[in-house]
Design a protein around this ligand. Structure first.
Ligand code: ATP
Ligand code: MG
Length: 760
């Protein structure tokens, strides 16, 4: 078995001038935030344990593995679909009770109604922020930047844990139900990712909710695929947009993509769509309290009431392009503002502790309640539009009921207050109104903008999709109103412009194109608008890109997540691999190493990978491979490989049997794992030796010192690496591989014949 390994070794002509065990302080000080962000090991560590495990596996196992992967994709779909249904039913019911109670009390006393409304909101929001700060800090925020980071190769501590999942679900119910201007889409993406990861590792080990037979996908590499399925499932569930979910995962969150994964993600999204549809059908008959046909975002603008624009004329393209430009500008501004506010809050406000976070969110809830109760009073009531019973929209709303057109102190029964209609509805209903209702005054845009800027990015689970849609559809509608009065002859619908406004704002802020376009088409059920949405998205993305980065990239940067973008920076072309390494001395391990030396090295630096060197009989120095810190810790903790002799195993008559399963080397998800300080070693243990040869990764990626940094970057990014060795020019080449060497078929004879015949 060692033969294969040895061929992978590089003859080492010149060793950098470091002594084994010497510590590189420069490397330690350059770290970003080592405590909470660590890279993942997406690379396969082909150590002896791995090779032995692979050798034992037959074809049956491969089939079983594929079946289990599909089964997990099914479970992720069902799990995320059910979580989304639960969140929606809860939000709708809490909001429903809140609005019914408030409106019942308002008939008797305005002040009492106001107090009750404020108190209910405060309780809901407080419960949300309390859960997050005390129980699941990793569940704060939308979660998409962290998941994007995870799929890019960096693990933020705690993002995929069971308690984060629970915190996320209950936190978003509290914050959205409590009336904060935040969406539940980001949280659903995070929820899907958590469900996927937990399923992959067979449940939560900490809370003893795990099952051994499910512990199948516990390497970072396998988990990556499951988490991708989870993200797509989240979006599919949030918007009831299965194809949009797949494209969102592809365009926005993942860094690596393959066609097999696409099929599985597509399958998961389809399952989510079925689960959500079934649950909604079941709820329609009134079994789910206030939860009716609303809740899940679906604005069918092909309905009778808001017929949606069937066609558009050439003159309209200009105002639509203007919407795109406005979307790009406002989106970029939104990102910039968010950046400043988040920066300020992180560095000044949140440093003061959890109590400040709780007070902050409660204060925002209070302000939101005051605004939503106060502003509608300044608006005049409008007569109800012609209502269509089949659309489920009631105007005037029956007393004691909640949803849609709100009669807020209007003199007549068949009138409604447009601003109250926005404020006293769940966001999904409010957006439905924006896309349809006939009159929305600018004032609502100002009101929305004010509190959106304030609410954005608080310490509660928050999505930016729905707030973005609300801002966008508000100004889109304003442009629509202007266009209607300008081109009187044309049959123009304001709702169409609201929709385009929403698309443009999201495009300008999130910088997605294909996925957003499909999501918008899926949620509005109007395919005819597709070319317009495409136009608007392209313009808004281009305009936004001229100013700053997309929202999630900005957020990831603020959170200290070292994302590798898809393209290297231009300057990298002039830099070389050696230039980046500088004069830092490399921290090496010898092949047979004293336990005390390992402990010293691990304690004196934070590096996670160490080259292992050996001396050939000829006296030549060989690099045996890469040893990970986490694997060293496993060896130190188990102690079974300790030996008294400082000689390698094979020099003492054959290699010893491997005493570890490959799964022992796998680090639990999203946790810091064990630390060198947790391991107890006796003075006798410290005097022992370990032969590292069976545990190293014998085939690490190696680049030559003068390779340009652009190439290194692309290698790193495309292969999802964690470490690369930089070596001097190699002295020998033992072979050459070309494309055709890699076309190996099951039957090798036929493959050779085929290749020969094609090359003639
Ligand atoms: P990770 O996410 O894997 O923790 P990191 O960026 O925190 O990655 P460290 O291992 O702490 O990486 O390394 C910090 C710096 O030290 C890097 O710039 C790297 O080039 C250098 N470095 C890493 N390992 C070694 C080593 N064994 N010897 C010398 N320098 C190293
Ligand atoms: Mg680190």
């Amino acid at each position: 078995m060692l033969n294969g390994m040895e061929t992978a070794k590089l003859a080492w002509s010149r060793l950098p001038n470091s002594e084994d065990g010497e510590v590189d302080e420069v490397g330690v000080s350059k770290k970003i935030d080592g405590s909470s962000v660590e890279s993942l090991d997406y690379e396969v560590i082909e150590n002896h344990a791995y090779r032995e495990e692979q050798a034992q596996r037959g074809k049956l196992y491969v089939g079983y593995y594929v079946v289990v992967k599909w089964f997990f994709a099914l479970l992720i779909g069902i799990g995320t679909g059910l979580a989304a249904v639960f969140i929606n039913i809860s939000v709708e019911n809490f909001a429903g009770w809140k609005y019914s109670l408030t409106f019942a009390i308002i008939q008797k006393s305005y002040i009492a109604g106001f107090v009750v409304y404020v108190l209910i909101n405060l309780v809901l929001v407080f419960s949300s922020v309390f859960i997050i700060t005390q129980f699941a800090p990793a569940a704060a925020g939308s979660g998409i930047p962290e998941i994007k980071g995870y799929l890019n190769g960096v693990d933020t501590h705690g993002i995929l844990l069971f308690r984060t999942l629970i915190g996320k679900i209950f936190g978003s119910i509290g914050s959205v139900g409590g009336g904060l201007a935040l969406g539940k889409e980001g949280p659903l993406v995070h929820t899907g990712a958590c469900i996927a990861s937990l399923l992959g590792q067979g449940g939560s080990t900490k809370y003893h909710l795990s099952s051994r037979w499910l512990q199948f996908f516990n390497s970072d590499r396998d988990r990556r695929d499951l988490v991708t399925c989870g993200c797509a499932a989240g979006v599919a569930a949030a918007f009831r947009a299965p194809v949009g979910g797949v494209l969102f995962a592809l365009e926005e969150v993942t860094s690596w993509w393959r066609s097999q994964l696409m099929w599985r993600v597509f399958f998961t999204s389809a399952i989510v769509a079925v689960v959500v549809r079934t649950a909604m059908g079941w709820c329609k008959s009134g079994k789910c309290g206030h939860f009716g046909s609303g809740g899940f975002i679906i604005w069918d603008i092909s309905g009778v009431l808001f017929s949606g624009q069937e066609d558009y004329s050439f003159e309209e393209l200009l105002p639509m392009a203007v919407i795109g430009v406005i979307g790009g500008l406002l989106g970029a501004l939104f990102n910039q503002l968010t950046r400043y506010i988040t920066y300020w809050r992180r560095n000044y406000l949140h440093k003061k502790g959890n109590r400040v976070k709780i007070i902050e969110v409660c204060l925002i809830s209070l302000i939101t309640s005051v605004i939503s109760f106060g502003l509608p009073l300044f608006r005049e009531c409008t007569p109800c539009p012609e209502s269509d019973p089949s659309s489920g929209i009631e105007c005037p709303r029956p007393p004691g009921m909640y949803g849609n057109y709100v009669n807020f102190f209007c003199g007549k029964d068949n009138e409604y207050n447009d601003l109250a209609t926005i404020f006293f509805n769940t966001q999904d209903d409010a957006i439905r109104n924006l896309f349809s209702a006939k009159t929305i005054h600018e004032y609502s845009a100002q009101g929305l903008l004010t509190f959106l800027v304030v609410t954005f990015g608080t310490a509660v689970p928050a999505g930016q999709f729905v707030p973005g849609i609300m801002i966008g559809s508000t100004y889109g509608r304003l442009v629509g109103m202007f266009v209607v009065s300008f081109y009187k002859k044309l049959n123009i619908e304001e709702g169409t412009y609201a929709l385009l406004g929403a698309a443009s704002f999201l495009g300008g802020s999130m910088r997605m194109t294909v996925s957003l376009c499909v999501i918008m088409v899926e949620i509005t059920n109007n395919l005819k608008l597709l070319p317009l949405i495409m136009l608007v998205l392209l313009i808004s993305k281009a305009v936004g890109d001229a100013f700053n980065e997309g929202l999630y990239e900005e957020q990831a940067r603020l959170r200290g997540i070292p994302l590798l973008e898809s393209r290297p920076k231009y300057e990298m072309r002039k830099m070389t691999a050696k230039g980046v390494c500088g004069n830092r001395k490399v921290v090496y391990l010898p092949r047979v190493v004293k336990v005390a030396d390992i402990v010293f090295i691990l304690k004196s630096n934070n590096h996670n990978g160490f080259p292992v060197i050996d001396h050939a009989r000829s006296g030549e120095t060989l690099v045996t491979g890469l040893m990970l810190r986490s694997h060293l810790l496993v060896l130190l903790q188990s102690k079974v490989d300790f030996q008294h002799s400082p000689l390698p195993n094979d020099s003492r008559g054959g290699s010893l049997p491997i005493r570890h399963n490959f799964s022992e080397f796998v680090k639990p998800v999203s946790s810091k794992g064990i630390s060198i300080h947790d391991i107890n070693l006796t003075p006798d243990d410290l005097e022992m030796y370990i032969d590292l040869a069976p545990f190293v990764n014998p085939s690490p990626y190696i680049v030559s010192e003068d390779m340009s940094l652009t190439k290194v970057y692309n290698l790193f990014r495309q292969l999802g690496l964690r470490h690369i060795f930089v070596v001097p020019r190699v002295s020998r080449v033992i072979g050459m591989i070309t494309r055709k060497d890699l076309l190996i078929e099951d039957n090798e004879d036929s493959a050779t014949v085929e290749l020969q015949s094609t090359s003639v």
